[in-house]
Design a protein around this ligand. Structure first.
Ligand SMILES: Cc1ncc(COP(=O)(O)O)c(C=O)c1O
Length: 475
C-alpha cells in the first residue's frame, strides 16, 4: 500500500498538541499554551508560516536561523527532488562519494587562508563536540576556554562550554578542563592562556544568547594571544555563518583566521540536518594521522547525500540571489528603522547586532510610575517584560519572534535573509504599536503580564532559574 502523507495529515489534523503532550515533551506544550503560541501550522513559504485557519505569520525566528533563504525555497526543494529521483548510492560508507567532496571544496573556497579540510556532522552541537576533540588531539592539551553567555549546543561536551547555569543544571558532572572567561575581557583570557595548557578558545563571533558583541579590538587581541600561547582559535559560526551577518562568516568582519570553524543551521537551507567543521590541515592530520585512525572520528549519517545536495544548492542560491549583500543591506535598513524607537520609548534601551542578527534590549524606564510597574513585573519573573513584547507581536501582528535567553529582557531577531522592505516596515510598525502600549502599561500587555506572572507563581517558579515560562527555549 502506498504511503499517503496528505491523508495522514488530514486524518490527524488538530491532534498535534495532544500527541506531544502524551508522548513527547508536555512541559513545552504547557509553555506554548501559556504564551498562546499553540498554533497549528500547515504550510510555510518564504518569510511566512501559515496556520490551519489560513492566517499568515511573519517568521522572524527562521527555525532558530536555519531558514536563511526562506522556507520552501524552490531551488533547494527541486535539488532534493532531483537527488531522490536519481536513486543516489547514499551512505555506501566504504566509498568516497562525489557530493561531499564537492561541498567540502566549496566551503574551503569560501574560507579564510589556512582552512583546507572539512568534517561533516549532523548538527551544530556535533560540530562543537568535533572541535573539542580535534583541538585536544592536535595540541595534546586538555583545557578549553569559553565565554560567559556562550551557547554551543546541548550535548555533553558542548554543554560544558555553556556560559549560563540554566541549561547545565541536573546534568553534571560535565567535561573536566573547561573554564569560563567574561566575553570581551582580554586580560581574563590572557591569564588562562598563559598557563600554556589550553587546547582551544571557543567563541561565537556574536553571541546568540543575548546578541552580545565584543569590541573590534578584542578579536585582534584574541587572535594574537592564541597564536602566542599555542591555543587554537575556534569560531563557532553555527548561527552567525552562511551570510547571517552580511558576510559568509561573521569573523570576516574582523579579518580573523581561525584554526577551526563550525557551521550548521542554514547550511542545508533548513531541509536536512547537517553540520561542517572546517579546519587547517595541521589539525585534521593530527586526528587522522595514520590508516589505523582513518575513522577515529566519524558519524553514520554525516556525509548523507541529501544534506550534501541541499548544501550545494544553498551555496548556489546564496550567490544567485546575492544573499550576503541583501542581508547586509536589509540589516542596515532594519536597524536604521528601529533606532528611532530607542529615542521614542524609554523601555527600549538598545538595538544591536550585525546584518540580520539583531538584539533588542529592554530595561526599566526612567519615569517613576512605569519604573515601579516594570520592577514589579521583574520581581514576579525576571525577564518577563520581553515576553510582553513577544506575545502581542504574535497575537496582534502575527509576527514570530523569540526571547533571546532566560532571565534577560532581550529579544532576538533572526529573520530570513530574503526579507524585503514590506517585512521590515511591518515589523517596525508592529513593534512601535506594542511599545506604545507597553509605555502606557495598558491593555493587552498588562493582561498578558498578569496572567503569565500568575501562572509562573502558581507553578512554584517564583524567582528560580529553572522555568522556561519566558519561552527562551533555545538561543
Ligand atoms: C552558536 C551555536 N553553536 C551551536 C549550536 C547548537 O546547534 P544544534 O542545536 O544544531 O545542536 C547552536 C544552536 O543554536 C548555536 O547557536
Amino acid at each position: 500500500m502506498a504511503f499517503d502523507l496528505a491523508a495522514l495529515l488530514a486524518d490527524h489534523q488538530g491532534q498535534s498538541f495532544e500527541l506531544h503532550s502524551r508522548f513527547m515533551n508536555r512541559q513545552l506544550v504547557k509553555v506554548l499554551t501559556t504564551l498562546g503560541f499553540d498554533r497549528t501550522y500547515v504550510r510555510a513559504e518564504g518569510c511566512y508560516l501559515i496556520d490551519d485557519r489560513g492566517d499568515r505569520y511573519l517568521d522572524f525566528l527562521s527555525g532558530f536561523g536555519v531558514y536563511a533563504l526562506g522556507r520552501s525555497h524552490p531551488v533547494i526543494k527541486d535539488a532534493l527532488h532531483q537527488a531522490l529521483d536519481a536513486d543516489l548510492p547514499n551512505l555506501a560508507q566504504l566509498d568516497c562519494a562525489l557530493l561531499p567532496g564537492l561541498l567540502a571544496r566549496a566551503l574551503v573556497e569560501r574560507s579564510p587562508a589556512g582552512i583546507e579540510r572539512v568534517f561533516f556532522a549532523n548538527s551544530g552541537a556535533e560540530t562543537v563536540e568535533t572541535a573539542i576533540k580535534f583541538a585536544r588531539c592536535a595540541t595534546k592539551r586538555d583545557r578549553i576556554i569559553y565565554c560567559d553567555h556562550a551557547f554551543h549546543g546541548l550535548t555533553n561536551g558542548a554543554l560544558s562550554l555553556n556560559g549560563g547555569k540554566e541549561f547545565k543544571k541536573g546534568f553534571g558532572p560535565l567535561l573536566p578542563g573547561c573554564d569560563q572567561v567574561p566575553f570581551g575581557d582580554i586580560e581574563a583570557l590572557e591569564r588562562q592562556l598563559k598557563r600554556g595548557d589550553v587546547a582551544a578558545y571557543v567563541a561565537e563571533p556574536i553571541q546568540g544568547k543575548g546578541v552580545y558583541m565584543a569590541p573590534d579590538a578584542y578579536w585582534h587581541a584574541v587572535q594574537s594571544l592564541c597564536h602566542r600561547h599555542g591555543t587554537l582559535l575556534v569560531m563557532d559560526e553555527v548561527q552567525t555563518g552562511m551570510g547571517r551577518t552580511g558576510r559568509f562568516f561573521c569573523h570576516e568582519h574582523w579579518g580573523l583566521r581561525p584554526d577551526i570553524i563550525t557551521l550548521s543551521k542554514a547550511l542545508s537551507g533548513g531541509y536536512v540536518p547537517v553540520g561542517a567543521v572546517l579546519t587547517t590541515t595541521r589539525v585534521f592530520d593530527a586526528v587522522y594521522s595514520s590508516m589505523d585512525r582513518a575513522v577515529v572520528h566519524s558519524s553514520t549519517f554525516s556525509k548523507n547525500q541529501l544534506a550534501m545536495v541541499a548544501g550545494l544548492a544553498t551555496l548556489q542560491v546564496l550567490e544567485d540571489e546575492d544573499i550576503l549583500a541583501r542581508a547586509a543591506d536589509s540589516g542596515e535598513k532594519l536597524m536604521g528603522a528601529l533606532q528611532p524607537l530607542v529615542e521614542k520609548y524609554e523601555l527600549l534601551h538598545e538595538v544591536r547586532g550585525k546584518g540580520l542578527m539583531i538584539g533588542l534590549a529592554f530595561g526599566a524606564p526612567e519615569a517613576r510610575g512605569p519604573r515601579a510597574r516594570f520592577r514589579m513585573m521583574e520581581l514576579a519573573r525576571k525577564g518577563l517584560f520581553s515576553q510582553l513584547i513577544v506575545v502581542p507581536l504574535f497575537h496582534r501582528h502575527r509576527i514570530l519572534t523569540q526571547v533571546a535567553a532566560d532571565n534577560v529582557n532581550i529579544i532576538k531577531l533572526l529573520p530570513p535573509l530574503i526579507i524585503g522592505d514590506g517585512e521590515i516596515d511591518h515589523f517596525v510598525s508592529a513593534l512601535d504599536d506594542v511599545l506604545a502600549d507597553a509605555q502606557r502599561s495598558s491593555g493587552l500587555l498588562v493582561e498578558v503580564g498578569t496572567a503569565m506572572a500568575r501562572n509562573s507563581l502558581r507553578r512554584g517558579h517564583r524567582r528560580t532559574d529553572d522555568a522556561p515560562v519566558t519561552g527562551a527555549v533555545h538561543p
